[in-house]
Design a protein around this ligand. Sequence first.
Ligand code: ASP
Length: 420
Amino acid sequence: MQSAQQTILRDAMRLLNLTRDALTERLGVSRRALDSWLLPDNSNEHRSMPTIVERFLAEILSQDTKVAPAHHVSTANWAPHLLSVEQFSRESVEELFRIADIMQPVARRQKTCRVLEGAVLANLFFEASTRTRISFGAAFCRLGGSVCDTTGFTFSSMAKGESIYDTSRVVSGYADVIVVRHPEQGAVAEFAEASNIPIINGGDGPGEHPTQALLDLYTMEREFSRLNKLIDGSHIALVGDLKHGRAAHSLAKLLGLYQGLKITLLAPTGLEMPASILDAASRNGNVIECTDNLASGLAGADVIYATRVQKERMQGEVMEGYGENFQINLRAVDTFCKPDVIVMHPLPRDSRPGANDLSTDLNQDPRLAIFRQTDNGVPVRMAIFAKLLGVDQQIQHSLRDISWVHPQKLGPNDASFDEL
Ligand code: ASP
């Protein structure tokens, strides 16, 4: 289980922008000791960090950062609504990730938390969804709240011609926060204009999917921590339908908050990333490379972020060049990539024959991070609710042990890489 000790250490590495090796040097401890303090409490190798080290760490933090981590308050303008990643600064992203770290034991079903007891979430999904709708719902329930759902136009009064304005105003009288997914770009912002409660963008057509990109970035940070790497200076390859993929759009914009990145955009002709997003990604000295050559594009990458071809957004567009030689599979990863590459995907992956989406032949491979990525959707979305509804300071004190037997190892053991 993740305890206050792990949260303190992760937060320190984030605030000081240090890898695990660099932090061990600052603290004068061995890498082995630091790894053992970062392990889940229930691991056999877990050790408690000595109080003297904790005090020394606090001293380093107060010298090197202008504000102490406990009072590290975001200046970003991302409330009352969360519509776009453009609302985030580097500081507010890091603050959100610190809260997500605190949420980990609740998301992993080791602790309970009731800070949102009595609150209601309305999930309004006018487009297909599995992960986003269910993980938002699970995140809210795990904080003690309740969820009301409506899915598809058919089962809402929009099928009777009701406007976005009326729907949004009505639902904002029933709930405390609304998550909206809609097939049209800009539609979620329209919901926000009519609502007197916070609206979260759960995906607006080919526009943005901010919470997906935040959990993607959080996943990269956690995977990199175990591999002794930082996001700054890394090489990220985004692969696939970069024209219509809203998750890739939001992620590319967020990467623009980091420094010295190489971002390779690997898309077949006709599915390239829109120019406005390239501008956002190339801030802070980031180098952008656009190519349709899988072999050269993947060489040296620290992360492959594969995406699905968004056929539902194509209107008569001819899709060329998305053949077998564009597929991310075991052969491509073994042949073109560094041995410690991380393979991610916002999912769903299209597993039908001929789709050439991310192959299932990587399923048993530890480099495949897609299910650790989906798991991270819950703590990140809990952190978003906690910030939007102003309960983030209450979490730590409200954690209680669970009262039920939580099955540890029933199926694939792909989630336990904290212990590597
Ligand atoms: N689930 C993601 C989205 O809603 C990615 C996808 O559908 O391909 O955008």
